[in-house]
Design a protein around this ligand. Structure first.
Ligand SMILES: [Zn+2]
Length: 219
């Protein structure tokens, strides 16, 4: 509440600190008295009351738990659907939550919804998170370390695969060169033998062997 007596020469709102302090202390006192009352009730041993509380505790929602599946946001992306009045909400456009039976129109709001209080309540969970103990933290750290090592291993494997491929390629290239050289040598030998023969004869021989010429004339 702004204080009427104080002149406000800027746009900021001012608060009556004393009034709010009084309200806060009243609230705290009320809370304390309620707690005291409930403690006294328990001590008094009212069986019906105790039973009711036990049932309430059973109904109490579980702690917030991590989702174990991947949220499907993209499977219906870019598809067109005809939506009529008779279309089931799960088949209509947008993201359908089968827990709360509601449709959310876009992925950001859908994520907000499934992470939200109302949805978690319908799932039977409260928004309270379990407090981890030291052992759990250690386990998690070890797990993450193992994960890192796995990634390194995979990388090494890929690298080795690449190296092997390169090695194979080299060997192939060498073989190709050898083949070329041996062909060339054979040709040269043949040419040196046929050097004195006339061109017609050579062409005929080439035709018999299946190519147009020996290419020696290019040298
Ligand atoms: Zn929901």
């Amino acid at each position: 509440m702004s204080v009427p007596g104080v002149r406000c020469d800027d746009h900021r709102r001012r608060w009556d600190i004393r009034e709010y302090e009084k309200k806060a202390s009243n609230r705290i006192e009320n809370l304390r008295s309620v707690k005291k009352q409930s403690a006294e009730d328990e001590e008094s041993g009212d069986e019906a009351e105790i039973e009711r509380k036990a049932v309430e505790k059973k109904i109490a929602r579980t702690l917030l738990q991590a989702r174990e599946f991947k949220v499907d946001l993209e499977s219906r992306l870019g598809k067109s659907v005809i939506v009529t009045k008779a279309t089931a909400p799960s088949d209509a456009g947008g993201y359908y939550c089968n827990v709360c039976d509601c449709i959310v129109k876009d992925s950001i709001n859908f994520l907000d919804h499934i992470n939200g209080k109302k949805h978690q309540r319908n799932m039977g969970m409260s928004m309270r998170v379990e407090r981890s103990n030291v052992d759990q933290v250690r386990k998690r750290i070890e797990m993450n370390k193992a994960k890192q090592n796995q990634v390194v291993k995979e990388y090494n494997f890929e690298e080795r695969l690449k190296e092997a491929k390169e090695e194979e390629e080299k060997i192939r290239a060498q073989r190709r060169d050898k083949k070329k050289e041996s062909k060339k040598r054979k040709l040269e030998e043949y040419q040196s033998l046929q050097d004195d023969d006339d061109a017609g004869n050579e062409d005929a021989m080439a035709a018999v062997m299946g190519f147009s010429g020996f290419g020696g004339s290019k040298k």
